[in-house]
Design a protein around this ligand. Structure first.
Ligand SMILES: Cc1ncc(COP(=O)(O)O)c(C=O)c1O
Length: 384
């Protein structure tokens, strides 16, 4: 890999940020929980935002024909997939896109594969549907026997997280194809949340679900956004995309969804896909270096912790902390005593009391300091 990196912003600049990551906790806490990056955003995105503001152009979002070709070209160059964008609808974020799709199609029960992104649990709880958890196997593969059992029992929706949060795992072509065939057999719908896909690292192939042929086209709904990969979560824009075969379900979505996304977000999304690739590649190099630093420092400072998967995409890591002796709620202990904010494993599924999720999209210095702080409390536990 080229040494092509951007630095994290200074601590002072980060502390002055207004976003959730930097406002949730007091200043003495290092926030490595929510999925925001500590790097500056892409220049072309800054430019479109300032252009819109300077032109006093902040009305409702109207037609935005720029998104479909920008995404199609991005997908073609990045993944060799030329999507048919005839059925593409905007939403304000991936959460709302998913919830609205399930609501409009009267979902009663939905399969998730824990450990999985906390939002999945809260979205489905909001919808009041049955959450049918078919955990990933010990090797973090999909449990197809369990998924088939769920489909056979009448569950008709599957929430796919690929690349996977919290593992940073990118599922392979064969596995995705097997899922598509199983869903097709039972007439189930796979909502493919591919929000982290642009951040797939060199050497790993990301395969868009909808690129997998007829079974995937009959079953798939892509939900995605530039909010994670270009660090624009506050701008509120995302989209859903389906093949013609899924148009009937897609058409159930309320037209008002479009107007609920923001003009700033939607134009930033189009710009990120069309002009934000150099920034993206540099940011991936930065993240890979941060991942390597994190993995090395974890081994050096916290040998009792176990990185469950070396991430192939994104900037989140899933760690088994059962060997650290931090009690029944390790995340709380780490927050209270080490002043490091992580995501509790139980947010990703009730069974994961011994896990935490960490966001490593920050400086090497902050990564090391966070792990040193945790190592210190582990030491004090041991010496008592
Ligand atoms: C897999 C996944 N989906 C969706 C989201 C949230 O996206 P949005 O803010 O567009 O709802 C996240 C945020 O971290 C995520 O990791």
């Amino acid at each position: 890999m080229s040494d092509n990196r951007i630095g994290a912003e200074s601590r002072e600049a980060l502390r002055a940020r207004h976003s959730a990551k930097w406002r949730q906790y007091p200043d003495d806490v290092l926030p490595l929980f929510v999925a925001e990056m500590d790097y500056p955003i892409a220049e072309p995105v800054k430019r479109i935002l300032t252009d819109l503001v300077n032109a006093n152009d902040l009305g409702y979002l109207g037609a935005i024909p720029e998104i479909a070709p920008a995404f199609a070209e991005f997908a073609e160059k990045r993944w060799g997939w030329t999507p048919d964008t005839s059925h593409l609808k905007l939403a304000c974020d991936v959460g709302v896109a998913t919830v609205e799709f399930l609501r409009a199609n009267h979902a009663k029960s939905v399969v998730v594969t824990s450990p999985v992104y906390s939002g999945f649990w809260s979205w489905l709880t909001e919808l009041n549907v049955d959450i049918v958890d078919v955990p990933l196997t010990d090797a973090f593969d999909m449990d197809f026997a369990g998924i088939e059992k769920a489909f056979a029992s009448g569950v008709r929706f599957f929430l796919l997280c690929n690349p996977h949060n919290p593992l940073g795992r990118v599922f392979g072509r064969e596995e995705l194809l097997a899922l598509a065939q199983l869903a097709d057999k039972y007439g189930a719908t796979v909502i493919a949340d591919e929000i982290h896909a642009p951040l797939t690292f060199p050497g790993t192939e990301f395969v868009p679900y909808l690129s997998l042929g007829p079974a995937a086209e009959r079953t798939g709904v892509l939900v995605t956004s530039t909010s994670k990969s270009w660090n624009l979560a506050g701008l509120k824009a995302a989209f859903l995309l389906v093949h013609e075969d899924k148009a009937a379900m897609f058409d159930q979505l309320p037209a008002s969804m479009h107007y609920r996304s923001s003009i700033l977000g939607a134009f930033s999304m189009a710009t990120a896909y069309s002009e934000g690739v150099p920034w993206l590649d540099t940011t991936i190099d930065t993240i890979v270096a941060a991942r390597d630093h994190f993995a090395n420092e974890l081994e050096r400072l916290l040998p009792g912790a176990h990185l469950e998967w070396m991430p192939d995409a994104g900037y989140l890591a899933w760690i088994d902390v059962s060997g650290l002796g931090l009690g029944e709620t390790p995340n709380e202990r780490i927050l209270t005593d080490a002043k490091v904010a992580l995501v509790a494993g139980t947010n990703c599924g009730p069974a994961y009391v011994n896990h935490v999720r960490i966001n490593f999209a920050t400086s090497h210095e902050i990564i090391t300091e966070a792990l040193e702080r945790i190592a210190k409390i582990v030491e004090s536990v041991k010496s008592h």
